[in-house]
Design a protein around this ligand. Structure first.
Ligand code: ADP
Ligand code: MG
Length: 203
């Protein structure tokens, strides 16, 4: 074999990629971009989302700039594996949007899929509206081979925004919404808003 000989291709192992950031940071756009590129590469792809994310069409993943792709809405992370078994073949790529809404079992599911050779791409909020790590995200970020952190544009300063600030509605942990309910803020405006709201609640 000379230095110019090509090595036989190795079987490609699976991986976990996490796309994380606040609301409006382009997580769904980036997930859909990666899925489209996989399709262009003639790979078989499947897109999944939690059934509770019912902001838009229940069977499409939709980004805030209105890009959309058909998806399978599942109640529990384990249903992702059932869905794959139903396909009758092992897809090359599985994308999961709004992965923060799943229970911790989604971590095991993603690892099992990656172990089975699937490229698993998940997109989710790293922090909730109170600035706390969201559901399974810390574990997914730890297990992933590749992590992409995205920022939105701060609606107060125009700087990169890492926080999702709830501007309307109640205090449930999960409240599905868009620009009417949330704004993206950078650290200082976010902290100022939290302090302001704390004083308002005290009064
Ligand atoms: P995510 O999935 O992270 O919530 P999306 O991919 O759905 O984000 O939407 C990103 C798009 O949202 C941007 O391309 C832009 O058109 C729009 N957008 C609205 N508000 C903002 C903002 N404050 N910062 C950045 N993008 C915003
Ligand atoms: Mg999104």
């Amino acid at each position: 074999m000379t230095a110019y000989d090509r090595h036989p291709p190795h079987p490609v192992g699976g991986t976990i990629e996490v796309i994380a950031g606040p609301m409006f940071s382009g997580k769904t756009e980036e997930l859909l971009r990666r899925m489209r590129r996989a399709t262009l590469a003639k790979q078989s792809v499947g897109l999944v989302k939690p059934a509770r994310d019912d902001r838009h069409n229940t069977t499409d993943v939709v980004s805030h700039d209105a890009r959309r792709e058909p998806a399978m809405a599942v109640d529990r992370a384990e249903n992702i594996e059932q869905h794959i078994q139903g396909l009758g073949y092992t897809p090359d790529v599985i994308g999961v949007d709004e992965v923060q809404f799943f229970d911790l079992e989604v971590v095991d599911v993603c690892n099992r899929l990656a172990d089975a050779g699937i490229r698993v791409i998940v997109a989710g909020l790293d922090l909730d509206y109170l600035g706390r790590p969201f559901g399974p995200m810390p574990l997914l970020l730890a297990h992933a081979e590749y992590v992409t952190k995205l920022n939105a544009i701060c609606s107060k300063t125009g700087r990169p925004a890492h926080f999702s600030h709830r501007v309307g509605g109640g205090d449930e942990h999960v409240q599905i919404g868009g620009t009417e309910s949330y704004e993206a803020l950078s650290r200082d405006p976010y902290n100022a808003a939290v302090v302001r709201e704390h004083h308002r609640n005290e009064a």
